[in-house]
Ligand binder design. Structure first.
Ligand SMILES: Nc1ncnc2c1ncn2[C@@H]1O[C@H](COP(=O)(O)OP(=O)(O)OP(=O)(O)O)[C@@H](O)[C@H]1O
Ligand SMILES: [Mg+2]
Length: 253
């Protein structure tokens, strides 16, 4: 019997108006696996993960999570299942402190509904130092998010997802607009997901960022899966070559 997957998306179809954006896509994520989802602009990558995170509903196909068939009607539903999405900057509230950001919408309260501010601060401190490995003295639980670097913001968003026990973290272009040093930090946070035994889908145009952190690659091309490769079977240069060839000829060599 095939090993149970964390996620199986089977024959997923989606059109916007007359435009068929996903034409029967099969996409899996295993337990404790980082999948690099790559492909050209407009290939359908964001649409595919938006179906998984409850932003869009599919026109056809099936989704299985931990072996059970599910329908994801909303972002709240996908969170409840243990799927979190991290977009560049968008996920955090800029004017608020770190600890408020971590617990926003999911505050720790007493039985009477009062906020347990001290607990939230302590947990934030623990996430920063232990879980995310922040070493900078400049970052405290009371730091305001707008003063953090882009990479640090990504770290907070990933740390928050891990704290709430997400089994799957979806990263759509998490390094967009980041400096080299910040990108390095953000990639370390992705590695951290793997170390914590969880899974991630990592979407990026930059193979040089995806390649080192992913275990497997799925190339999407105009609404089809054009190729699937385990890292051990393909070098970084070969993967780049395949994508260049695909863009030029519409086929993978
Ligand atoms: N809400 C929408 N309404 C109409 N068309 C859409 C919508 N969202 C996406 N599309 C179209 O679907 C196609 C796939 O878009 P999608 O965002 O999934 O691509 P992508 O692979 O994420 O591309 P990129 O790498 O540029 O982010 C595009 O042609 C896009 O214009
Ligand atoms: Mg996209």
């Amino acid at each position: 019997m095939a090993k149970q997957k964390l996620v199986s998306m089977v024959e997923i179809q989606k059109s916007f108006g007359k435009v068929e954006v996903l034409k029967g896509v099969n996409f899996d994520v295993n337990y404790n696996e980082i999948v690099g989802l790559v492909g050209d602009n407009g290939a359908g990558k964001s649409t595919l993960i938006k179906i998984l995170t409850g932003v869009h509903s599919p026109d056809g196909g099936e989704i299985y999570f931990k072996g059970k068939r599910i329908t994801i009607h909303s972002v709240d539903k996908s969170r409840e299942l243990g799927i979190e999405t991290v977009y560049q900057e968008q996920a955090l509230s800029e004017q608020q402190t770190l600890w408020r950001n971590i617990f926003m919408g999911r505050e720790i309260t007493t039985n009477f509904g009062f906020l347990r501010i001290k607990d939230q601060r302590n947990e934030t401190e623990r996430i920063l130092r232990d879980q995310m490995g922040f070493t900078s003295k400049a970052i405290t639980t009371d730091s305001v998010v707008k003063n953090l670097s882009g990479g640090e913001k990504q770290g907070i968003a990933i740390g928050r997802a891990l704290f709430f026990n997400a089994d799957l973290i979806v990263l759509d272009e998490p390094t967009m607009g980041l400096s080299l040093a910040e990108t390095k930090k953000a990639l370390d946070f992705v590695r951290n997901i793997k170390q914590q035994g969880k899974s991630a889908i990592f979407i990026s145009h930059n193979i040089y960022y995806v390649y080192p952190v992913a275990d497997r690659f799925v190339i999407l091309d105009r609404g089809h899966v054009a190729g699937k490769f385990l890292k051990k079977d393909i070098s970084q240069d070969e993967l780049v070559d395949k994508m260049v060839t695909l863009a030029r000829t519409g086929k993978i060599s």
